[in-house]
Design a protein around this ligand. Structure first.
Ligand SMILES: [Zn+2]
Length: 453
């Protein structure tokens, strides 16, 4: 069904594609920015995180509310916590009495974890960097709250969502592989966003991106740092100046390396701020104007677990009522910090997030980042449980799929193969393997991309 719609979308002229995206914008607007959104936005704009006791109180209250809701409304949690006396859990200090929710447990029990029916929820697909696709359900008001939190953060940098122009470098495929016209962006007029394709950033096309940014004059640039960096670097090398100054560059989903930040801030003349979250509903880690990564403890709980590869985090997300995540082993690794931040926020700081390596595969069809590939994984969720992309030393690519049903038939194999080809481009050569077993790293983690040294 989805593919039919996509095919239809691609067959439209650009202005009708803009209309289609804007119509979708109306849907987004009413589901995400209506209802409780405004009230939450005001609340979060006013909240300055200056008092640790107050923040801890909010955290405890929200944790206990989520816990009792989950046990009451999710058949899975009722059973998962059997034998644990929940009265003994009085604050987050007691959280370790609860078992850890692994990715496998989440995936295998997802239908019993949901607390609300599909029709009452907004759904989010996640492929994640680990290559395990999951569909989570969220309550509308939780999504509104989440958007409000994010928008309050953006507002602290002077950018007002839906009122100011945003340029977004998105992992979604909004432009077909070889468009008739060299227009690699689409407009969402409702949300005041221009979406730029991250799949067409070739040397020949870059000048067109830059010219369009100069026409559009965005007040923020958002999205994948690797894409924004590609544009910034090109401008610097070619000596093209931006004819606008954004309030800020907001990045997410990929590791921001020092050279990314320096180049982007130099070229666009504004701060870059990075934010960590996940489609599943992990709490936020937000970079303040001083550049520190703060764990937003009013949006969830972060437990630091020492591990071989660094400090793993277990997350509990306070807006996950539809698909509760409590002590969820999200698979990300961070580096701890003992510093205090001069910004005054009492939210704990970490040095950096290491779990989202900006890993890439290069094929004849283009360069694909881990995050982009994760979209492919999630689009195949009805057929595929997990995927892995292995790049061999000789440059050949092996794609492994662990099918949802062990006796996957030829027809379904064909569908998977066709989708991968469409995504990676027809020029990409790969060997497709269906297997029951995808190898893990020594730390027990799945890797979406594996490279032979
Ligand atoms: Zn700070």
């Amino acid at each position: 069904m989805k593919r039919v719609i996509l095919g239809l979308y691609y067959s439209l002229p650009v202005f009708l594609q803009n209309t289609a995206i804007s119509l979708y914008g109306i849907v987004l607007y009413f589901s995400r920015y209506s209802g409780a959104y405004k009230r939450y936005l005001q609340l979060f704009v006013d909240r300055k995180h200056l008092n640790l006791r107050e923040e801890r109180m909010i955290q405890n209250k929200r944790f206990l509310r989520l816990l009792s809701y989950a046990v009451k409304n999710s058949p899975f949690y009722k059973e998962f916590y059997k034998g644990i006396s929940l009265e003994e859990i009085k604050s987050i200090e007691d959280i370790a009495k609860l078992p850890v929710l692994s990715k496998d447990i989440l995936r295998d029990n997802i239908n019993r974890i949901y607390t609300i029916p599909n029709y009452q929820s907004l759904t989010f697909h996640t492929g994640g960097t680990t290559g395990i696709p999951v569909k989570v359900r969220k309550r509308k008001r939780d999504v509104q709250q989440r958007m409000a939190y994010l928008d309050a953060y953006k507002q602290s940098f002077g950018f007002i969502s839906n009122k100011m122009r945003a340029a977004r470098f998105t992992g979604r495929k909004i432009v077909e592989d070889k468009p008739e016209k060299p227009v690699f962006w689409r407009n969402n007029y409702i949300l005041k966003q221009r979406l730029y394709s991250t799949y067409h950033l070739t040397e020949d096309n870059l000048i067109l991106y830059v010219k369009d940014l100069n026409r559009y004059k965005p007040q923020s640039i958002e999205g994948f740092v690797s894409a924004i960096y590609t544009v910034a670097k090109y401008m610097e090398v070619k000596g093209v100046k931006p004819e606008f100054i954004p309030k800020a560059v907001f990045t997410t989903s990929e590791t921001v390396l020092p050279y990314h930040r320096e180049t982007i801030e130099r070229v666009f003349g504004c701060p870059l701020t990075d934010q960590y979250a996940s489609n599943e509903g992990a709490p936020f880690i937000i970079q303040c104007p001083y550049g520190s990564y703060h764990e937003a403890i009013d949006t969830g709980i972060f437990e630091h677990i020492p591990a071989k590869e660094g400090t793993r985090i277990l997350v509990t997300g306070f807006d996950t009522f539809g698909t509760p995540l409590i002590r969820y082993d999200i698979g990300d690794v961070i580096r701890e910090s003992r510093e205090k931040c001069p910004c005054g926020s009492v939210h704990p700081i970490i040095e950096r997030i290491e779990g989202r390596e900006a890993d890439f595969i290069t094929t004849k069809g283009g360069i694909f980042s881990q995050v982009q590939l994760s979209y492919l994984v999630s689009s195949l969720h009805t057929h595929v449980k997990q995927m892995q992309f292995q790049l061999k030393k000789d440059g050949s690519l092996i794609i492994r799929c662990q099918p949802v049903r062990s006796n996957i038939n030829r027809k379904d194999m064909g569908i998977v193969e066709k989708n991968i080809k469409e995504f990676l481009g027809q020029a990409t050569v790969f060997q497709l393997e269906f297997t029951e077993n995808i190898s893990r790293t020594s730390g027990g983690k799945y890797r979406l991309i594996v490279k032979e040294d």
